[in-house]
Structures are given as C-alpha cells and as structure tokens.
Design a protein around this ligand. Sequence first.
Ligand SMILES: NC(=O)c1ccc[n+]([C@@H]2O[C@H](COP(=O)([O-])OP(=O)(O)OC[C@H]3O[C@@H](n4cnc5c(N)ncnc54)[C@H](O)[C@@H]3O)[C@@H](O)[C@H]2O)c1
Ligand SMILES: N[C@@H](CCO)C(=O)O
Ligand code: NA
Length: 440
Amino acid sequence: MSDSTPATPRPTTTVKVALLGAGNVGAEVARILLDHSTEMAARVGAPIELAGIAVRDLAARRTVELPEELFTTDAEALIDAADVVIELTGGIEPARSRILRALHAGKPVISGNKALIARHGRQLQDAADDAGVPLSYEAAVAGAIPIVRPMADSLAGDRVDRVLGIMNGTTNYILDQMDTTGAQFDDALAEAQRLGYAEADPTADVEGHDAAAKAAILASLAFHSTFTIDDVYCRGITGVTAEDVAAAAEAGYVIKLLAVCERCAGGVNLRVTPTMIPREHPLAGVHGAYNAVFVEAANAGSLMFYGAGAGGAPTASAVLGDFVSAARRLVLGAPAQGAEPHAQLPAVPMDDVRTSFSITLTVQDRLGVLARIAQVFADHGVSIYTMQQKDDPHGTAQRSEIRLVTHRGTNKDLTATVEALRELPFVEDVTGVIRVEHAD
Ligand SMILES: NC(=O)c1ccc[n+]([C@@H]2O[C@H](COP(=O)([O-])OP(=O)(O)OC[C@H]3O[C@@H](n4cnc5c(N)ncnc54)[C@H](O)[C@@H]3O)[C@@H](O)[C@H]2O)c1
Ligand SMILES: N[C@@H](CCO)C(=O)O
Ligand code: NA
C-alpha cells in the first residue's frame, strides 16, 4: 500500500477494532491494520486501534508474526470493548452469536463468512437494520473481487437477468491443473490447501458447497430476494475424471465448476455444477485460483468481474474495504440500512429448468444402434445438438464411443434420457454426463 502523506485525521475518538480469527485471512487483516494504521486512519477520519484478536488456541502457529499481547480467547469481552467487529473465524456457531452480540450492541460488523451469511444472512441483516449499523461481507463472495457492493449498489437501478460465476478458487485451481498439466485431482488439491485457498475442511470446496453459499448470497442481492444455500442445486467436482477433462478439451470445451443464477419462468434457478463451457467464452480463460463473475443485466448488458477469489492478502483487501467504509460511517454518525428484499422471487427447482447435457456412450457397434439411441432422445423430447462417433480407443473394433451434446431440455427429461440410455442392451457404459453452457 502506498499513499502520499495522509491528511491529519479528524480529532474524533479512536475507533477500536475487534478481530475474531487470525488464520489465513485474519492474520493478513491484522498485519495490514498494524502496518498501515496511519493511512487507514486518514481514510476513516479518526485514529484506529486494533484492540485485540480472538483465537481458539493461543499457542497455534501463525502465518504472520503479530504482537502476542493482542491475542485473547475471550471473544465476547473483546467484542464488548470494541466499536467495530471483524469476524474471520468461519462456521455457523459461535460466529453467529458473536455477530448478533455485536449488532445488538449497535456495532458495525464485517465478515467473510459465506457459510453463515448463506444460511442466516436475513436474520443478521435484520439485526443490523434494527440497530441502524452496516453488516458488510464483500470478502464472502469471490474474495478480493468487488462484487457484493457493485451488485447491491451499482446495479441497484438495473434488472439483473443472469449471473454466471467461477466462485471457488480451490476447484478452479484443481480443474485448471487437470486441464493444463494433466495433474491428478489429489495433488492439485494438496497444493491448493498449501497455498491457503481451501476451506479448513476442503469438502466444502470440492463438493461445491462453498460456491453454492456464494451463489445464494449474490443471487439474494441480484434478484432482491432471500435465498439460502438450500435453494442451490449443487454438484461438486469429485466425479470429474481426467478422461472427462480430456474429452471436453478435444471437443473445444473446458470444464469449470460454474455457479449459475438465472431468472426463469416462475422465479430464479440457482445451481452449481461442473459445466463444459466453450474455450472462447470469457470464463474459459479464468485460470488457477482466480475467480470471475459474469453478469447479464437488462441495461448494462454483459459485465465481467475478475480477480483473486481466495488467499489471505487478497481477501483481506475486501475485508478492509468494508472496514474503512463502515468505520467512516461510524465516525460521521451516519446510520445504515440494508435494501429490502422486495421482489421475494421463489427458487425454481432444478427439474423444471432447461439446460444442456454432454453424454458419452460406449456401445456395441452394430446395425441400428444409432437409430435406437436417437429414438430414446426423441421419446423424451430431448433434441440432439451435436454427435461424434469414433472407435472405442480402449476397445475392439466392435465397440464405439458416441459423444452427444443436447439442445436445452428440462433437467427431468435429460436425466430420464440418461437413465433410459443406460437400460439399452447394446449400451455398455454411460459416462461423462456433464452440463454444457452453449449458445443454442
Ligand atoms: N481463505 C480464503 O481465501 C478465504 C476467502 C474468502 C473468505 N474466507 C472466509 O474467511 C473466514 C476465515 O477464513 P480463513 O481461511 O482465514 O480460516 P482459517 O481456518 O485459516 O482461520 C480461522 C481462524 O479463526 C479462529 N477460530 C476458529 N474458531 C474460533 C472460535 N470458536 N473462537 C475464536 N477463534 C476461532 C482460528 O483460531 C483461526 O485463527 C472463513 O469464514 C472463510 O470462509 C476465506
Ligand atoms: N475456499 C475458498 C476461499 C474463498 O472463499 C475458495 O477456494 O475459493
Ligand atoms: Na468479493
């Protein structure tokens, strides 16, 4: 951080900050607050003081060296002594109770806890509104990328129709390594953990729950409604094989864990699934642990937000942006009020939503096979978009591999088609059933 000499802060009382958590993100927040307190104070308009850091284990090894006297295990006492609370511990409890304690006492709260906001965001926002203080969570969605505030403020005068996002750094890192270096899943995951991208329990990353939480948070803001993680249809990447990645590459696609939130008949569908996207789509060029959010709005058109979606320092940047904004408001005595979720659109279940599938079949190569397969698709009202046939690379001359991409069909019809294909006597295997985003 570099600044010209800051103006003298206003002679206001010191803003005391309670930091909960000193892990990957919390430690970086503490470091920046301590190293750049003068610039921060100038931006806030008052002196600031890191009053303490609440942790679970005082003896735990830290990634950043921090003054020992700041550490405490008494989070509640620290909250009570502070003016602003930054929660970076994660999980539902005790994070929720502590945030409520701060809000009920009229203290602004900044949190990066997507798991909590995606489940109890409404309750916490109501508590913040009752107290007239901000609850800010830019870090909770796509790390450093400014997307929560742009969605809540900059796009508040537009109508958002669709949000497509690569919103989990760990899984994007894994899939990108599999795509570009042929890495194995486990090795790529271990590296993502070492780099501090993964959640404490990486199941949340690889099973898609982390991206689903972010989708629920963003969709609530985008569609002025209240969605929770339970409204998101969610499939992770543990079933994606090296063969799937290679087959997608051969067909001109890349597999991403894509979050899609889109208006459809009757409401909004929210889903997180491994998805094939054409190599030329802007989201296909999002590599490593980077995140990107592609927004389609009625008047703004297409917008893309890109940057570091995970990691200590990048996420700390988002936390501190929220902190400066909340602390400034506190110093100015300006009350805060979240926007009402006035539209309250319902979540549309996956069965009724129209998407496309890629399907790979290993079949016995005999007369009439293709006609029977095509009939199964027709029987279920699913139209075929592209089809490729080649000799089974691992098999004999009597076996073929058929790869099909469908036009859009309801999820109910697509899944029923796959089940019916599995039942055909000459179909030996059905693999690589992956959703596809393409323009049809
Ligand atoms: N790591 C990232 O890239 C990233 C990005 C965006 C958001 N987040 C979110 O930020 C939060 C923190 O993530 P992290 O990666 O720093 O986690 P972490 O596991 O590295 O650190 C968690 C910290 O919280 C403390 N803690 C946990 N439970 C506690 C309790 N009950 N009382 C007091 N302290 C407790 C731990 O001692 C540790 O210092 C999470 O909500 C996470 O989802 C992380
Ligand atoms: N575990 C998350 C951290 C950012 O939320 C990720 O991999 O994207
Ligand atoms: Na963000």
